[in-house]
Design a protein around this ligand. Structure first.
Ligand code: NI
Length: 210
């Protein structure tokens, strides 16, 4: 096993569509082993082949539960259900996060490293990860899906705090002066859309870098 170099945003490889895997041989097994090691080494929960420069349709996922890493070769999402909104990151865009809406659950049909087909339904973080990784196979980075301008985790937390404080202030003002709710638009409100719609949102504790 070996750690491979992760390609970063800006490299045109990440914007290309990957081709199906046809040969289930030792070379594929080595690639999968390397991808799992590379993902773990980077504390990611998922890694797609294009991220290590291989334009083939496969990715690995390990969301840190009791299960081992799962390999998805030639994956197809055959069913989607529900909606979840949460924070996402990507090993190819290190240090950044954004808010992305994804299906709450997905059913995937894929092959394992030996070529055997399996079909399984995933929910929550796994579903988010699978959507993110299949996007990679189609040359799509989550920047395109993000509802917020990508920023650092620290900036994100600061903004969250600022908004919380603002909401509390507004609620207090609401009680006393109904018509005088000020909401300064200083352009820094990166989560305005999301906050307006929901009032608040569930941000997972774990950073999801895939
Ligand atoms: Ni990614």
């Amino acid at each position: 096993m070996a750690i491979r170099e992760i390609i970063l945003e800006g490299d045109p490889t990440l914007l290309k569509k990957s081709r199906p895997v046809k040969r289930f041989n030792d070379r594929l097994a080595t690639l999968v082993d390397d991808m799992i090691e590379t993902m773990c080494d980077s504390d990611g929960v998922g890694l797609a082949a294009p991220q290590v420069g291989v334009l083939r349709r496969l990715f690995v996922m390990d969301i840190g539960d009791e299960d081992d890493a799962i390999v998805f070769v030639n994956p197809e999402i055959i069913h989607k259900e529900g909606l979840q909104r949460g924070v996402e990151g990507c090993l190819s865009l290190p240090g950044l996060v954004g808010v992305v809406s994804r299906p709450l659950s997905v059913t995937v049909r894929a092959q394992d490293v030996e070529g055997d087909y399996f079909e399984k339904t995933f929910t929550g973080l796994s579903a988010r990860c699978i959507c993110h990784e299949t996007d990679h196979l189609d040359g799509i980075l989550y920047r395109r899906r993000s509802e917020t301008v990508l920023c650092t985790r620290e900036e994100f937390e600061e903004e969250e705090q600022r908004k919380r404080a603002e909401r509390e202030r507004a609620a207090q003002q609401d009680d006393s002066v109904k018509d005088d709710v000020t909401s300064p638009d200083d352009g820094t409100a990166i989560l305005e859309r999301e906050t307006d719609e929901k009032g608040h949102h569930g941000v997972p504790e774990n950073e999801v870098s895939t």
